[in-house]
Ligand binder design. Structure first.
Ligand code: NAD
Ligand code: TDX
Length: 342
């Protein structure tokens, strides 16, 4: 599919959920590209999610912070990056309500730092991985398009929207070749068990209550993570610079329906469901219109919702060690120690 040729690509936040899935897919499909993964290894970063690629000679890991300008500059001196994909972020809405500062540091300042260094070094393409949440909330009908007014409601989405604005400005003012993707809710292997689907699976497997915020009727548009990764790949190679591309799965499901589906797949009773206090500012409904990326770049999601959820539930069933060690904090302390000793 490639017209543009990249030799070295910088992936930030590659030890997270979507980044690790992307690295795996990208190394497999682009056999002549080196991938540098820059990740701070926050609570959400886990090198265990990349075990199968760590011995690949084209994969290179650096522990560092995207908002640390001198570190980022040193990395750009060491490597000649043809493209940057910024996945690194604080990504959990509930945490942004409890403490927004880290969201501003990483999602806003970190993006600015990457943009500035990438500009200084003349990087070819810069892709910002953004979210449908920047558009705010929908009523019962309609979908977000790329021209929908930006209207973020949580500290998380406000920080992501701010980053999008910076990216736009660096395109317009400095002529940088930037791209923005805005995707709906992802699910699949290696998602941190604080997010809705893995949390529901992990709790059900431990016979713990499944906390449902509010009336459980909030709707999300779910996309299997591999489909999101393929969309990012399509935008990186074929997207028009300065543009925004919406990415959605076309699978609108109310939270309570999702939780019940997971319980039934695991043979667990609905009595595990527990309605709890709503999330403040909780967006009611998200739905993406992906017609632009479909018509202009020929991408569309390949995985059906039924297949994706089956694969995901099975993955958590057969990778209990991965998520249980996260819950107990075992990986976190192991990797922290390993990298702090360097
Ligand atoms: P995640 O929380 O699983 O992973 C984030 C990664 O970024 C972690 O590995 C973490 O260690 C790293 N990181 C955090 N701060 C950093 C910093 N200052 N410097 C370097 N690395 C840092 O998140 P995710 O779900 O994989 O999301 C990836 C990106 O996709 C984010 O930008 C998010 O906003 C966006 N997104 C996510 C979804 C979703 O449903 N998960 C949907 C749309 C967009
Ligand atoms: O315990 C819970 N109970 C519950 O009812 C949790 C954690 C969530 N929920 C609800 C809130 C949402 O309506 O489930 C829905 C999904 O929640 P999250 O998994 O926290 O995702 P969301 O807030 O929709 O944001 C996600 O999608 C867009 C990602 O976390 C973001 O990074 C991404 O940008």
């Amino acid at each position: 599919m490639t017209e543009t040729h990249f030799k070295v690509v910088l992936i930030t936040g590659g030890a997270g959920f979507i980044g690790s899935n992307f690295i795996r897919l990208f190394l497999e499909r682009h056999r002549d590209v080196d991938v540098v993964n820059l990740d701070k290894l926050t609570y959400a970063g886990n090198l265990e999610s990349l075990r199968d690629v760590e011995s690949n000679p084209r994969y290179h890991f650096y522990r560092g912070d995207i908002s640390d300008e001198s570190f980022v500059s040193r990395l750009f001196h060491e490597w000649h990056f043809d493209a940057v994909i910024n996945f690194a972020a604080e990504s959990h809405v509930d945490r942004s309500i409890l403490g927004p500062a880290a969201f501003i540091d990483t999602n806003v300042r970190g993006t600015m730092t990457l943009l500035e260094v990438a500009r200084e070094f003349g990087v070819g393409r810069y892709l910002q991985v953004s979210t449908d949440e920047v558009y705010g909330s929908l009523g019962p009908s309609g979908k977000f398009t790329e021209t929908t007014h930006i209207s973020p409601n949580s500290p998380y989405s406000a920080s992501k929207a701010s980053a999008d604005m910076l990216v736009r400005a660096w395109w317009k003012t400095f002529g940088m070749e930037t791209l923005i993707t805005r995707c709906s809710n992802n699910f699949g292997p290696y998602q941190f068990p604080e997010k809705f689907i893995p949390l529901m699976i992990a709790n059900a497997l431990q016979d713990k209550k499944l906390p449902i915020y509010g009336d459980g009727m909030n709707v999300r548009d779910w996309i299997y993570v591999e489909d999101h990764c393929e969309a990012i790949e399509a935008v990186l190679y074929k997207g028009k610079t300065g543009e925004v591309y919406n990415i959605g799965g076309g699978n609108e499901v109310a939270n309570i329906e999702m939780a019940k589906l997971i319980l039934s797949k695991l043979g667990k009773p609905d009595s595990l469901l527990e309605y709890v206090k709503d999330r403040p500012g909780h967006d009611r409904r998200y739905a993406m219109d992906s017609s632009k990326i479909e018509t202009e770049l020929g991408w569309k999601p390949r995985r059906s919702f039924a297949d994706g959820i089956e694969l995901t539930v099975n993955w958590y069933l057969s990778n209990e060690e991965w998520w249980k060690r996260i819950i107990t904090g075992e990986y976190q302390s192991y990797y922290k120690l390993q990298y702090e000793q360097r």
